[in-house]
Design a binder for this molecule. Structure first.
Ligand code: JAH
Length: 251
């Protein structure tokens, strides 16, 4: 008899565009599903509408441009998903330009949560009462990928799912690559140093000689210097205190 694997991560995704999530079946994430490491279900929000036009939006109270996602289909969808897994408290992820920044530390938290529900908004967003209502039975994380506006949450959900799924043991083949990256963006580290492969000379551009030297100490020092240089130039906010340029004490 074959032992049934219990997936480390179970995802429910609610959207008016289920086709956006077909790519999840590809590549590493699809293989991880085949291996039983994670599982997901994509739900069409319109399955929880009751009018013949399957309406999910309405005009905003207070006026203004655009449309707002009406609360009833969302409430019924979230109820159905929560009721399907009694005795668990899932985490509801809602991508929004107004959310907290999504970063690697958040990806680790979500990977540990076990059950994630993703709510993909469209138009000007979802009626704010939906998140309030959801908090009665789910932990809610409103997350922003960065300071720009998309047409909806779907693309953000794809990014978040990929960042989270690859942290599940076995999803990424070589766990060393996870460790290396954690130095880059997990908060205590620097951006990646530049990387090179063969040929050693290409279009008259040469790979830095130190990388061909076999001197592992010199290579490590070179990489650290390049990482610090790069981070200082493009992401000074990530430069650790100990490496930051010294400021003169005020007298
Ligand atoms: C836009 C619902 N931070 C990226 C991001 C995430 C979500 C949205 N936009 C940008 C969005 C419209 C409706 C979500």
């Amino acid at each position: 008899m074959t032992a049934e694997r219990v997936p480390r991560l179970a995802l429910d995704i609610v959207t008016i565009f289920p086709d956006y999530f077909a790519p999840l079946g590809l590549s590493l994430i699809g293989k991880a599903r085949d291996a039983g490491l994670l599982t997901w279900t994509v739900h069409d929000l319109r399955d929880w509408t009751h009018d013949r036009h399957r309406t999910v939006d309405d005009t905003p109270y207070g006026g203004g441009a655009g449309m707002v996602m009406k609360p009833e289909p969302w409430g019924d969808a979230l109820d159905a998903i929560a009721d399907a897994h009694p005795g668990t408290r899932p985490t509801l992820v809602v991508p929004s330009p107004a959310g907290e920044p999504f970063r690697q530390s958040v990806a680790h938290e979500l990977a540990g949560a076990g059950r994630l529900v993703f709510a993909c908004g469209r138009y000007e967003g979802i009626d704010a009462r939906v998140v309030e209502y959801a908090r009665t039975r789910m932990d809610v994380r409103e997350l922003s990928l960065g300071d720009y506006v998309l047409n909806g949450g779907e693309v953000a959900v794809l990014a978040i799912v990929e960042a989270v799924a690859r942290l599940i043991p076995g999803v990424v083949g070589n766990p060393d690559s996870l460790v290396e990256e954690s130095h880059a963006v997990d908060g205590e580290g620097l951006l990646e140093y530049p990387v090179y492969t063969k040929p050693a000379s290409w279009h008259r551009l040469d790979v830095p000689g130190v990388l061909l030297s076999g001197n592992h100490g010199a290579i490590a020092a070179w990489r650290r210097a390049r990482a610090l240089e790069r981070t200082t130039a493009t992401r000074p906010d990530l430069v650790p205190e100990a490496h930051a340029p010294l400021h003169l004490a005020a007298d």
